[in-house]
Design a protein around this ligand. Structure first.
Ligand code: RH4
Length: 130
């Protein structure tokens, strides 16, 4: 229906802005592009659903997200993947786990501050119907 489509267009504009802010933060550089599967040859043996911020921006444009919760589920996936693939006590593993947790918390905080909660509830209703 047309009225729903205007709401989803507003959601896409909002999610592009959130994605841009996350991807432009140098702290989150490691999460901006897919892990290089030619460099990290065992990645898909451990991580069954890779995710990154560039892929998420493409998903926004392809109308894959019908509410902010679906977008945050992919941010949570980026974080969970990093925690799972980089579990060791080494400083490099500790550093990427810290950056992953920071990405997750920044994404949730940005949406909580910038998103009208009634608007998200309306979007979740649309998502449920589709
Ligand atoms: C989300 O990024 C990752 O999980 C890769 C995995 C990886 C391991 C070796 C090359 O890449 C990563 C990159 C940089 N520093 C730590 C880990």
């Amino acid at each position: 229906k047309r009225k729903e489509d205007y709401k989803l267009r507003e959601l896409r504009i909002f999610l592009r802005d959130i994605c841009r802010k996350l991807a432009s933060n140098r702290r989150f550089y490691k999460f901006t592009k897919p892990v290089d599967l030619e460099e990290v040859t065992d990645y898909l043996e451990i991580i069954k659903q890779p995710m990154d911020l560039e892929t998420m921006m493409t998903k926004v444009d392809m109308h894959k997200y019908n509410c902010a919760k679906e977008f945050l589920d992919d941010v949570d996936l980026i974080c969970a993947n990093a925690l799972e693939y980089n579990p060791d006590k080494t400083s490099s593993d500790k550093q990427i786990r810290h950056e992953a947790c920071s990405l997750r918390d920044h994404a949730h905080a940005l949406i909580d501050v910038e998103m009208d909660s009634d608007f998200e509830l309306e979007c979740q209703e649309i998502a449920r119907r589709r």
